[in-house]
Design a protein around this ligand. Sequence first.
Ligand code: IMP
Length: 187
Amino acid sequence: MKIVTHNKNKYLEYKEKFYEYGIKLDWVNIEYMEIQSDDPMKIVYESVEYVKKIVEEPFFLEDAGLNIKSLNGFPGPYSSYVHNKIKNSGILKLMQNIEDRSAEFYAIIGYFDGNETHLFKGSVKGKIIEEEKGVNGFGYDPIFKPNNSDKTFGEMDIKEKNSFSHRSMAFNEFIEYLKKFGEKNKI
Ligand code: IMP
């Protein structure tokens, strides 16, 4: 299977998941154009449209983001831009004195089988904690603690993060599809 991403952490997280199924993951490390939209499904669909002109199918890519409830879902589809600009410390500042710290990570996989694009979604609910904890992972990992865990994603290794993460939930949908319809000879 081929993943198209510029994010090494994403590749490593998926690599671990595919490994469990005996599937080798090939990393196409390129940056591709992403449209701006409030609808993450549309962003993924259009990204696939763009990438299929330059990468040989089958491949998948993924778009993820963080929705903070008390900020009306911000930063959502702008998660990458916001993280680059204000970092985790900026989010914590925005959240000062806010009691409801509920948040949700989502990930949407776009898989192009050579014919059609298939979308798979995963999400995980949790809380934005008061201060950064842990040095693992990337992005908002050190400030997000999934429900039913006493650790942030930043304090987990890949295997543990995968047992909770939005990414592995999307993967689970994807692998069920592949088992039924795709890449049959490789599973
Ligand atoms: P994108 O899917 O690369 O556009 O990701 C958007 C942004 O969301 C990233 O730059 C990260 O800041 C954040 N993000 C996405 N997934 C994760 C994750 O698993 N942990 C922490 N931050 C994430």
